[in-house]
Design a protein around this ligand. Structure first.
Ligand SMILES: [Zn+2]
Length: 314
């Protein structure tokens, strides 16, 4: 049994403090987020996480991608689709992931343990389009979703090729809302998955009683869902687990919606049930969702308790 995070970790921008950073800042090349990435990677590793993220410290999950995608425009924090969506103007997350991986390598004195490593994370085309407003060019959200999937595919392939992550996760929180057309959603994920040489995961948050049967049909290797923050999803999993052929379950077992440390018995009870339902070889433990909003010490403690339970049952 391995553990991971959904993605985000509490962080703050740093300001240049030493001479070298101040010099870099003068030339506009100081990176205020680099320290935050390092801090978040070390915190995840200290807490015992096997498959780490770069902490997603650079901003919100939509604009972090859309600002590099022609056809999309950000204004006052809102994203608009203004013309045909084309390929990203540059690689978006490669440098941060490579940096995170190097920090991890140093942490382990050069040898990252088997099955451990970094995970690439992309906000899914369905979620991005549904949180944007179409201003022109597209008549339907579905057409925009397919074009965006082709655009994001470049980032997915670049991560696979250059970072060699343990897997790549597509974040699609909107798939539980009932607003998304599932046929198009599946087609979009197929585009991202095509010829991909690393496993593909999909994270969906929210209550899944209506969406689960559809989600089980998606062509992904890992389906990541929340089980700590609501008392519906575990029953849904129990009833429908047989639909998940050839899929691992990313099992959210600490509650990311409350900013206090979970009860370790609650985590343990959930994990024991999950082992019973899908088997421990099919489980990857993680929090319900990103931990961005939690205080740092609380986020750390949540991950630590989760890994205590992982070690107990591995
Ligand atoms: Zn989520």
């Amino acid at each position: 049994m391995k553990s991971t995070v959904v993605g985000s970790f509490p962080s703050e921008e740093s300001s240049p403090s030493n001479f070298k950073d101040k010099l870099l800042n003068t030339f506009g090349s100081y990176d205020p987020f680099k320290e935050a990435i390092k801090d978040s990677v070390i915190a995840q590793l200290d807490a015992g996480v096997d498959i780490i993220s770069d902490g997603q410290v650079r901003g919100d999950m939509v604009s972090i991608f859309t600002k590099y995608i022609p056809g999309m425009k950000i204004e006052d924090g809102n994203t608009f689709i203004v013309s045909k969506i084309r390929n990203p103007t540059q690689e978006i997350s490669i440098k941060d992931l490579q940096y995170a991986k190097n920090v991890m390598k140093d942490y382990y004195n050069g040898n990252i343990p088997e099955g451990c490593g970094v995970k690439g994370i992309i906000t899914g085309p369905n979620t991005i389009v549904h949180s944007s407003r179409i201003q022109s060019f597209y008549k339907t959200k579905e057409d925009a979703i397919i074009d965006l999937a082709h655009s994001l595919k470049h980032e997915v392939d670049a991560i696979a090729r250059k970072v060699k992550p343990v897997y790549i996760q597509i974040d699609e929180p909107f798939l539980s809302t009932g607003m998304v057309e599932m046929k198009t959603a599946r087609e979009a994920i197929d585009i991202l998955k095509e010829d991909l040489e690393v496993p593909l995961g999909m994270h969906v948050c929210g209550i899944l009683d209506n969406a689960f049967k559809d989600l089980a049909k998606f062509n992904v290797d890992i389906l990541d869902m929340e089980f700590a923050g609501n008392n519906v999803n575990l029953g849904v999993l129990e009833k429908n687990a047989s639909l998940l052929t050839n899929k691992k379950v990313g099992f959210g077992c600490v509650d990311s919606s409350v900013n206090e440390v979970d009860d370790i018995e609650d985590i343990e009870n959930l994990v024991v049930k999950a082992i019973d339902i899908v088997g421990k070889d099919n489980l990857i433990l993680d929090p319900d969702c990103g931990l961005r909003r939690a205080p740092k010490d609380v986020a750390f403690k949540k991950l630590q308790l989760m890994n205590e339970i992982k070690d107990k049952y591995s």
